[in-house]
Design a protein. Structure first.
Length: 168
């Protein structure tokens, strides 16, 4: 009997009747929480970060494209202004465990950003975020719901400008 219910639930999910894992149209999908370690050794949770928006940047410390993207965002008047006003929090996360590589390259993360790494590789192991390439940007609202996934710097600037009423 339990096997039969399993087949029914599987069929409902495959056909789209079961929407427990899906967001309804117009409803923002909730981001997964995770912990990362800072240079101080302190572990923080992404959900503990405050602000009206969160810029989440997964990166590789030895990646030149990652450095260039972070410089581009650091040069953005919109991003810089919102970080300064504490409306935007920027979190750069190295999703792997090579602390030496991470520390050697920490100067590439802009001032005002939080910089962490995942010593347990939990983000990857639990498949919490999709980053088949690095860097990968996500923009979340204050309730940690996705505004943008796998975004470009331009997408982030445009969306933040609209959300906060900032004109170029």
């Amino acid at each position: 009997m339990y096997v039969m219910y399993g087949y029914i639930i599987s069929w409902l999910c495959i056909t789209g009747v079961c929407r427990a894992q899906q967001s309804a149209p117009g409803v923002l999908k909730q981001a997964n929480d995770f912990a990362c370690t800072l240079a101080s050794g302190e572990e923080i949770r992404m959900y503990s970060l405050r602000g009206e928006a969160l810029l989440l940047c997964f990166y590789d410390p030895s990646c030149e494209d990652c450095h260039a993207l972070m410089r581009r965002l650091d040069d953005s008047p919109v991003v810089k202004r919102l970080i300064g006003e504490k409306k935007l929090t920027a979190l750069a996360v190295y999703p792997e465990e090579d602390a030496a590589l991470w520390k050697e390259n920490s100067a590439h993360v802009p001032d005002g950003w939080i910089n962490g790494y995942d010593p347990g590789v939990r983000i990857i192991m639990h498949d919490l975020y999709d980053f088949t390439k690095l860097p990968t940007l996500y923009l979340l609202d204050g309730q940690k719901r996705f505004l943008l996934e796998d975004a470009t710097a331009e997408d982030v600037e445009r969306t933040l400008g609209i959300k906060f009423g900032i004109k170029d």
